[in-house]
Design a protein around this ligand. Structure first.
Ligand code: HPA
Ligand code: ZN
Length: 324
């Protein structure tokens, strides 16, 4: 099977976390920004655990300063996604890194990123995300910027960052604001923290999708609830394995969750940090679990049905997958 040729939908990809190391190095050199400790001798991002991963991630983001930098980043990431057959992608991006909370500046960043996205053959939507460990106040600022710019390519709102910081309920105001603006909602939970973090997120933030959510497998009642309510998990197996949450694809609960009727999708999260890409994910699932083209088409249809886009776009994308 040629895994890169299978058409794919990706719903969980952090724009800044998808930055190719060469891209960040080149930009740092252009701007004279020091990147000591960000890359190892082979040129890969350095980190050893989740907290260090977030720290390196934020260091690398320091080089991304102007709207033009972000436009160039969108182009570089989409070029990479096309190599792996991605036809529809939703990108998380943190307004915290795009103009420091100022609406006029945010609109300039968004314009540059939208222009890059619209020039690509990949169908793109943006999901501005708040960063959990930056706290609820900053999350409200991100939600307000997202609500003010809802429409166009901004179709969702989410939350990433350190799952152990604050409680989900602290972010209810931000998510309510985003919901009222008509944005689709997703939040990271049940990746680093256990099943109770997923329950709290569903109850407090009323999201239709959960970023990761894989540790839900530890609570059979929660697995049933996810299946009953049709909440979709954005599963990123390679990321989970790189962070040591599961040892390998065979030990990953993706098959058990799917067999229990939980709707799920497959994405890469932060591909260069986790040494993965969409082709590698499909190859891993095929090798460990025997997943074939039919399984991948079903995953992609589930992803498109859960996508934060208009019905026409959904129908157009769904027609690209077998069995639609
Ligand atoms: N998990 C949580 N927060 C993040 C990630 C991630 O993989 N990438 C960027 N922010
Ligand atoms: Zn993520």
């Amino acid at each position: 099977m040629n895994f890169s040729e299978i058409p794919k939908t990706e719903l969980h990809l952090h724009l800044e976390g998808a930055a190719p190391p060469d891209f960040i190095r080149r930009l740092a050199a252009e701007k004279g920004v020091g990147m000591d400790g960000v890359f190892d001798a082979d040129g890969a991002y350095v980190w050893s655990d989740f907290v260090e991963f977030l720290r390196t991630y934020e260091r690398a983001c320091e080089v991304l300063k102007t709207p033009e930098d972000f436009g160039r980043l969108v182009s570089a990431v989409l070029k990479e996604q096309m190599v792996h057959g991605v036809i529809y992608t939703e990108m998380f991006l943190a307004p915290d890194f795009c103009g420091g909370g100022d609406l006029v500046a945010w609109k300039e960043y968004l314009a540059a990123m939208s222009e890059a996205a619209e020039a690509s053959a990949v169908e793109v939507r943006f999901i501005p995300t708040c960063v959990r460990h930056f706290g609820p106040e900053q999350a409200r600022v991100s939600a307000r910027l997202s609500a003010e710019t809802a429409g166009g390519l901004v179709t969702g709102f989410g939350m990433g960052g350190d799952e152990s910081a604050h409680s989900a309920a602290d972010f209810a105001y931000a998510f309510d604001m985003a919901r009222e603006a008509g944005l689709g909602l997703t939040s990271h939970a049940g990746e680093v923290e256990g099943p109770s973090s997923v329950v709290e997120t569903m109850d407090a933030l009323k999201v239709s999708r959960i970023g990761h959510g894989v540790r839900s497998i530890e609570d059979p009642a929660l697995v049933r609830r996810l299946a009953d309510e049709g909440v979709v998990l954005e599963v990123c197996p390679g990321s989970n394995i790189a962070l040591g949450i599961f040892t390998d694809y065979k030990a990953h609960p993706i098959a058990a969750l799917r067999d229990a009727g939980v709707l799920l999708t497959v994405s890469t999260d932060d591909p260069p940090y986790f040494h993965t890409d969409m082709s590698a994910e499909y190859r891993g699932l095929h090798a460990a679990l025997g997943w074939k083209r039919d399984d991948f088409d079903a995953i992609n249809r589930a992803a498109m049905n859960a996508a934060f886009c208009d019905e026409d776009t959904k129908a157009r994308m769904l027609a690209r997958f077998n069995g639609a």
